[in-house]
Each structure stands twice: as structure tokens, then as C-alpha cells.
Design a binder for this molecule. Structure first.
Ligand code: UDX
Length: 440
């Protein structure tokens, strides 16, 4: 076995905290850095500031061993590590499609200033193509040690499966410019590579594009089936059977063909918008113009869900009581960024309904964004006395609901299944008016 490099992880948000903890699990000594004191304090105390299955246990396991430390001091990080992973966020710019690179630039600048010994800096943040080349120049200009190099290593982890995806990724992509950079980054992933994980070694631009292309493809796949749902609604066809039938074709595949309320979260929506913006700057606007449709189809599903509820309530939400089941953008997450469920809940509230939201993990984060809605302490509390139930995030507890039991809690048996996860006949047999997206 080659000598294991010591690692740093800069930015301990969702991606960085997961990466830091999992790299210790893989056998490395790691220091995590964030400019946010509160976040660092929380991690030092063994507390993950977001919900991710399996991660708190791993943090707890490694915090005591002394092989995982946290700091706010760039000098300490530069002194300690041979390989630095930059994992800071690239949110959407306010009122624009483009990505905001403020945090990436600040992290690279602060780190560069302290790099007095040879090091590999690895960018993991999702960035517009061309950013890595610019950051390589920044390092060359600003790091005191001229043997500092850059590699680009996009991250494909899914929320809810972040630990599994980090420890056992589908593939590793390394954008590098030298043999040394390739060998060094390989040593930082040695245990993962040893299990046979495919490795793609490429240039910076390709590495950057792999990430946005993958997310664009996934978003397109979801919007494709949701576009078919619109056609199903006009023809009386059933989109879930349609998805099953086309999904049997191995070239198409059934995964990511679940029609419903569509995609949200901190990645897919902002990444396709940033891609549209970057393609415009590169003069290849037309090449990705279809992504505008992907975005619009996705947003239309939210409006359609509001309409389905309206139909069930005879044309008005005013004065009604509605249970919204789910606030997170997907199950097994407390993330409400660009959440379709929360968006619909807010729209229904604006139309005059009293909305009782219940999410097993995301009530608190949802309440920060939409304090005007009511948040129920339990599923039963959310259901009690309502005129309409809207299932908008497919948590297992909602999938497992019994139509008769739920029927005894509500005032009226009206249901919108925004994720196509319930069996319509079971609910109709129990006297429910059941409506879903893309189904008769
Ligand atoms: C995504 C990518 O999958 C991941 O590789 C990348 O690193 C980050 O972005 P994530 O945002 O965690 O991951 O969620 P994902 O599981 O991809 O789901 C995204 C959204 O699509 C969710 O809102 C989900 O509800 C929705 N979705 C997914 C559908 O509407 N239908 C589907 O068939 C699949």
C-alpha cells in the first residue's frame, strides 16, 4: 500500500461533512474546515446539522478517535493536509440563472494564501465549465509554493444515500493536468478504487461537465415522464403503467421515471439553470435550450397539483382545511430547498386554505421558510378534521397509510396523491375521492 495522504475538507455543509466523515471511515486522517463557527462547534460536539441516515453514527464513531478534527483556521488546514477537497456551495444567484461562485473563489483564495508546501487541491463543488482552469491559474498566481496543483473531482451523491454513495460510488471522475496530480488523487481514493470502482481520468472541462450533464439527464428523464403524464391526463391513459412498460426496455430503464410532482432540491433545479446560463456565455445556447422546457414541465406539475385539489374542493380552497403530507424535496431528507411539496403547500395557503403540514424530519426547516403555515406534531394531528389530504413527499409512513384509519380522522375523504405511491383502488374502495397526476 502506498503512503496515505492526509486530507482536508473545506466547507462542511452537506457535501463536505459527508465527505469528511466518510474519508475517515475509509482510513484517512481528516481535518474539516468551515468559516461558520456554529457549524464547526456542532460537528466538534458530534452533531450533524442536517438529517442524513447513518451519518451521525459515523461522526460519533470517528470524533473520539482523534482522526477527525474540525477548525476555522486555514493555516492549520494548510499545515496538516497533503490533499485538500473544496466542497463549498455554489447556489443559484438571486434573480438569475447563473451559479454564484463567491464561496468557491473565497475558499480557493484563503487556502492558496497558506499553501507553503506541496499540495493537491481537489475541487468537488458543482461549477460552470471553465471554472477549474480559472482556479488553477489562481492557485499558480497566489500560492507561495509553486508545486501546488489542482484536480477536479465531481460528486454524485444523493441525499438520503450520501454515506453509501460516498463509500461505494458508481464511478470516480478525475480531471487532472499532470501525472503527479493523477497519482496523488488516486492515493486519496485507494480503498474505493481497490473495490473495482470505475475511474475516468480526464481534463478539467470534461470533469466539470460530467456533473452537469448527469444532472441534466436525470432532470430530463423526470420531466419526460411528467410530460407524458400531461398527455395521459388528456387521453385517459395511466402514466405509471406507461412508465413500467417503457422501462422494461433496457435502453430506457425504469429508474427515474416516477411521474408526479417533479424534482426539487439543492441540485437538479439550480444545476440545469446554471447550465443554461453558462451555455449562453459559451455561445451554445441552442444546444441546451430544451432544458428550459425541462424546467417548465417540472414547475407545471406543481400548478397541476394545486388544481387537482381545487377540483376535489369544488373550485375553492377558501375556508377549507388541508393536510399536506411532506415538506422535504424528497423522502429521507430534511432539505426543503426548492421543495415541490412546500411550494404547493404555500400556494394552497395563499388561496385561503388552513394548511397543516407534517413531515417526519423537515417540519423545522420548512417553518423557517414558510412560517405562515401550520406544522403538525404528528401524522394524525395533520389529518384530523381536514377536507383534503395532499401526499406530496413519499415518506414510507405515508405510503403505509391505511385508507380506513385515515378516513376516520378526516372531515372529508378527498385525496391528491402527488407522488403516485398509493394504490388507487384501495382508497376508492374505502370511499375516498382519489386524484393523482397522470392517472385517470
Ligand atoms: C441529485 C442527483 O441524483 C445526484 O447524483 C447529485 O449529486 C445531486 O442531485 P438529490 O438532489 O439528492 O441528487 O436527489 P434525487 O434522488 O436525484 O432526486 C431529485 C428530485 O427528483 C427529488 O425531488 C425527487 O423527488 C425527484 N424525482 C426523482 C422524481 O420526481 N421522479 C423520479 O423518478 C426520481
Amino acid at each position: 500500500m502506498t503512503q496515505r495522504p492526509r486530507l482536508s475538507v473545506i466547507g462542511t455543509g452537506y457535501l463536505g461533512a459527508t465527505h469528511a466523515v466518510c474519508m475517515v471511515e475509509l482510513g484517512y486522517d481528516v481535518i474539516g474546515l468551515d468559516v461558520d463557527e456554529a457549524k464547526i462547534e456542532s460537528l466538534r460536539a458530534g452533531k450533524i446539522p442536517f438529517f442524513e441516515p447513518g451519518l451521525p453514527e459515523l461522526l460519533g464513531k470517528h470524533i473520539d478517535s482523534g482522526r477527525l478534527r474540525f477548525t476555522t483556521d486555514y493555516a492549520e488546514v494548510a499545515e496538516f493536509a497533503d490533499v485538500h477537497f473544496v466542497c463549498v456551495g455554489t447556489p443559484q444567484k438571486k434573480g438569475q440563472y447563473a451559479a454564484d461562485l463567491t464561496y468557491v473563489d473565497a475558499a480557493f483564495r484563503s487556502l492558496a494564501a497558506h499553501l507553503t508546501r506541496r499540495a493537491l487541491v481537489v475541487g468537488k463543488s458543482t461549477v460552470p465549465a471553465g471554472t477549474a482552469a480559472r482556479l488553477a491559474k489562481l492557485l499558480a498566481d497566489e500560492a507561495p509554493n509553486k508545486e501546488v496543483e489542482l484536480a477536479w473531482n465531481p460528486e454524485f451523491l444523493r441525499e438520503g444515500f450520501a454515506v453509501e454513495d460516498t463509500l461505494r460510488p458508481d464511478r470516480l471522475v478525475f480531471g487532472v493536468r499532470s501525472e503527479w496530480a493523477e497519482q496523488t488523487i488516486r492515493t486519496a481514493f485507494e480503498p474505493v478504487i481497490a473495490t473495482g470502482t470505475p475511474v475516468i481520468v480526464t481534463d478539467y472541462a470534461t470533469a466539470e461537465l460530467v456533473k452537469v450533464a448527469a444532472n441534466s439527464f436525470l432532470a430530463t428523464k423526470i420531466s419526460f415522464i411528467n410530460a407524458m403524464a400531461e398527455v395521459c391526463e388528456a387521453t385517459g391513459a395511466d402514466v405509471t403503467q406507461l412508465a413500467d412498460a417503457i422501462g422494461h426496455d433496457a435502453r430506457i430503464g425504469r429508474r427515474f421515471l416516477n411521474a408526479g410532482l417533479g424534482f426539487g432540491g439543492g441540485c437538479l433545479p439550480k444545476d440545469i439553470r446554471a447550465f443554461i446560463a453558462r451555455a449562453g456565455e459559451l455561445g451554445v445556447d441552442q444546444a441546451v435550450s430544451f432544458l428550459r422546457d425541462v424546467d417548465e414541465i417540472n414547475l407545471r406539475r406543481r400548478a397541476r397539483t394545486v388544481e387537482l385539489g381545487l377540483d376535489l374542493l369544488d373550485g375553492s380552497y377558501r375556508g377549507t382545511k388541508v393536510a399536506v403530507l411532506g415538506a422535504a424535496f424528497k423522502p429521507d431528507s430534511d432539505d426543503v430547498r426548492d421543495s415541490p411539496a412546500l411550494d404547493v403547500a404555500a400556494a394552497v395557503g395563499r388561496r385561503g386554505a388552513t394548511v397543516q403540514v407534517y413531515d417526519p424530519e423537515a417540519n423545522a426547516s420548512a417553518a423557517r421558510v414558510h412560517p405562515e403555515l401550520t406544522y403538525a406534531a404528528s401524522l394524525d394531528d395533520a389529518l384530523r378534521g381536514v377536507d383534503l389530504v395532499m401526499l406530496l413527499t413519499e415518506w414510507q409512513v405515508f405510503r403505509a397509510m391505511d385508507p380506513v384509519t385515515v378516513g376516520s380522522l378526516v372531515a372529508q375523504r378527498n385525496l391528491v396523491d402527488g407522488r403516485n405511491v398509493l394504490v388507487p383502488s384501495q382508497w376508492r374502495d374505502a370511499g375516498w375521492h382519489y386524484r393523482a397526476l397522470g392517472r385517470p
